[in-house]
Design a protein around this ligand. Structure first.
Ligand code: PLP
Length: 398
């Protein structure tokens, strides 16, 4: 007899991107498809030292079961880390440690979404969030973006019309958009939260990855300037993109009532995030290595982003349109159809694979009304020479 799976699985399908990833094993392929940081950037020495200290200084804490909310010394370090990023008033007990920020998103889904509830996301947005919220039965409403992030006038209309359970945004160097929400729009989003009594979820795994000047403060850091907004804000952070995704250390800062419910749900899910990973992360932050690590990743990814922008202009000319990202890991681009070239990024992806270069078509990143001309290119894992080679191959594929 076939297995009878839960109805909730009817709302989600295996991601189109995973299917594409199966093709990436081809020898010699240059991949701009992944969303991973470059393993060459991992501070292996620093993590080795931190894990050694975790074991020698507090083996009980690092290897025993721990509190669901998170390992105390890590919560303290994360509170101090958030203060360096402008969120100066986050006490350790106002955050919980999660198994990657992905788990924070899952806990938000679990605690907030009943089947049929509406949730507003950006169009485009992070694919795993689309899948995760749909698993809980959310009806996703897509708010349009431009180079300055979500269009706040449209967002406000959608909030007024749909009265969503919450709004999910990646304001700083979004995945896949690479867009940076302007300061003015950030303030508008916070004001909107208060005016419409709507929870805003700020997902911020890329905020530290800026290449020039620091971006506008996070919604969390700005929230004291908009009275009442902090009580309507959940902020998700992660060490994945700057230190190591394998540690699976993320965190969520949210109103006490929401944190309590999320902690209860986390208890039934994984009891707590790996204490060994948490103790290692705590020692790493305590050792003061993070500023230098951030300096390194900003420099290397910044050079790669510049190289990719220049190569795209050179090799694809006006057949492609994009905004040069100021941070994060991604270029978000559109095929323009100039000179009779294709405007279908799915077709282009197939031709690109034949030329041994891969990227992800943009359509799956839309919860509704996909723009078939869009594509996402990651500049994180290929060095400058590989980026130039890969983009030259894209030029041939077009
Ligand atoms: C926007 C966004 N949010 C959350 C995550 C999840 O990251 P992690 O669970 O490794 O912290 C990612 C990873 O790609 C992401 O791009």
């Amino acid at each position: 007899m076939p297995l009878q799976f839960a109805d909730r699985l009817n709302n989600v399908e295996t991601s189109a991107i995973r299917e594409l990833f199966k093709l990436l094993g081809k020898p010699g392929i240059v991949s701009f498809a992944g969303g991973f940081p470059d393993p060459a950037m991992f501070d292996v020495e620093g993590i080795k030292e931190a894990s050694g200290k975790a074991l020698s200084e507090e083996p009980g804490g690092a290897l025993q079961y721990g509190a669901t909310e998170g390992y105390g010394p890590l919560r303290e370090q994360l509170s101090a880390f958030m203060a360096t990023k402008g969120a100066k008033d986050v006490a350790p007990d106002q955050l919980i440690v999660t198994t990657g920020s992905q788990q924070a998103l899952d806990l938000l889904g679990k605690t907030m979404i009943s089947p049929g509830d509406k949730v507003i996301v950006e169009g485009p947005t992070f694919l795993a969030t689309i899948q995760c919220f749909r698993l809980y039965g959310a009806e996703l409403i897509s708010a349009p973006i431009d180079a300055n992030g979500v269009k706040t006038d449209e967002l406000e209309k959608l909030i007024a019309q749909h009265k969503p359970k919450f709004v999910y945004l990646i304001p700083t160097f979004g995945n896949p958009s690479g867009a940076l929400l302007s300061l003015e729009r950030r303030k508008q989003v916070l004001a909107m939260a208060v005016k419409h009594n709507t929870l805003i979820v700020e997902d911020d795994p890329y905020g530290d990855l800026y290449f020039g000047e620091a971006p506008s403060p996070s919604l969390l850091a700005l929230s004291p300037t908009v009275p009442g907004s902090r009580e309507l804000l959940a902020h998700c952070g992660s060490l994945s993109k700057v230190l190591s995704p394998g540690l699976r250390v993320g965190w969520m800062i949210a109103p006490a009532e929401l944190l309590a419910k999320a902690t209860m749900c986390k208890q039934f899910s994984d009891a707590h995030t790996s204490t060994f990973a948490q103790a290692t992360a705590a020692q790493y932050l305590k050792a003061g290595r993070m500023p230098n690590t951030l300096k390194n990743v900003r420099k290397v990814y910044g050079e790669r982003a510049l190289a990719m922008g220049a190569a795209l202009k050179r090799e694809l000319g006006d057949a492609i349109a994009f905004t040069q990202p100021q941070g994060g890991l991604f270029f978000w681009a559109s095929l323009t159809g100039a000179n009779g070239k294709s405007k279908d990024a799915g077709d282009f992806a197939k031709k690109a694979i034949e030329q041994l270069v891969a990227f992800v078509p943009g359509a799956p990143f839309y919860a509704a009304n996909p723009d078939l001309a869009t594509l996402r290119l990651s500049f994180a894992t290929a060095d400058v020479a590989k980026i130039e080679e890969g983009v030259a191959r894209l030029g041939k594929a077009l």
